[in-house]
Design a binder for this molecule. Structure first.
Ligand code: ZN
Ligand code: ZN
Length: 254
């Protein structure tokens, strides 16, 4: 299984950066997890939108969904006049109504025609080609789901956006790669529960509790600049496994 980072910033992309998006590939199939601004452009460095088998959006904050609208355009016009068949879209219940709500009726219908929607429920699993997906609700400011992806005997868990959470730790149990947010720069741990976000040290605590093999830190707070070095050090104090930093277009073989 391979994970390629397409974006790692929040809540807006910096110059030449992108908000969260991760391509997971196994057995010739591929899955896009989150689709924030900048993700569609980066995706096209490594894969065709027509090769995607499904998209998962963890929650409806703009940094995780805005490029779904660009993706819809690519699916509709990328091979004009041919139109791609509907792409499976997993998202929080109500997402299919909420996402195109600002559009007029024709545009809403065109958006919905490009996707086949599956609402996510916590504690459930879905099979998709070689992938088994499991979901759990995180501790965030609106309904958000962490995702565990298993394929080829390996497991990746993606925290999505969360504060400290036993559910996320449970989903990350024994994962070969734990892709975890670290929105709070080191030293800002006290804000975790109120904000529904983690610091790198807190991500390291979850990785240790879950006995994950590797921790990949992502979801960096754009205005704080690149605190990758401090984050790596803070996570390594809590977690004995390898600590890695998500960077656009880096591929991780698992
Ligand atoms: Zn969020
Ligand atoms: Zn976010």
């Amino acid at each position: 299984m391979r994970l390629t980072v397409l974006g790692r910033w929040s809540p807006y992309p910096p110059a030449a950066g992108a908000c969260p998006g991760y391509l997971v590939e196994a057995g010739g199939q591929s899955l896009l997890m989150d689709c924030g601004p900048g993700v569609l452009a980066n995706l096209q460095h490594v894969a065709s939108v027509f090769a995607l088998n499904a998209v998962v959006v963890t929650h409806l904050h703009p940094d995780h969904v805005l490029d779904l609208f660009a993706l819809k355009q690519a699916l509709e016009f990328g091979r004009f006049p041919e139109v791609a068949p509907p792409l499976r879209l997993f998202g929080p219940p109500g997402a299919f109504e909420a996402l195109p709500a600002w559009m007029d009726e024709d545009a809403r219908a065109a958006f919905r025609a490009r996707f086949q929607f599956f609402p996510i429920a916590g504690g459930t699993a879905a099979r998709l080609g070689p992938f088994v997906l499991r979901f759990g609700a995180t501790a965030h400011s609106l309904l958000c789901f962490a995702v565990r992806v298993e394929a080829e005997g390996r497991a990746i868990t993606y925290s999505a956006d969360t504060g400290p959470s036993a559910t996320v730790a449970g989903l990350a149990e024994g994962a070969d790669l734990f892709l975890c947010e670290n929105t709070l720069p080191p030293g800002e741990e006290a804000r975790a529960e109120a904000m529904g976000h983690l610091s790198a040290g807190q991500a390291g605590q979850i990785a240790a509790r879950a006995d994950a093999r590797r921790l990949l830190l992502t979801h960096f707070f754009t205005p704080a600049g690149d605190y990758a070095e401090e984050a790596t050090a803070a996570a390594a104090k809590e977690f004995g496994g390898q600590v890695l930093i998500a960077r656009e277009l880096d591929a991780h073989d698992i």
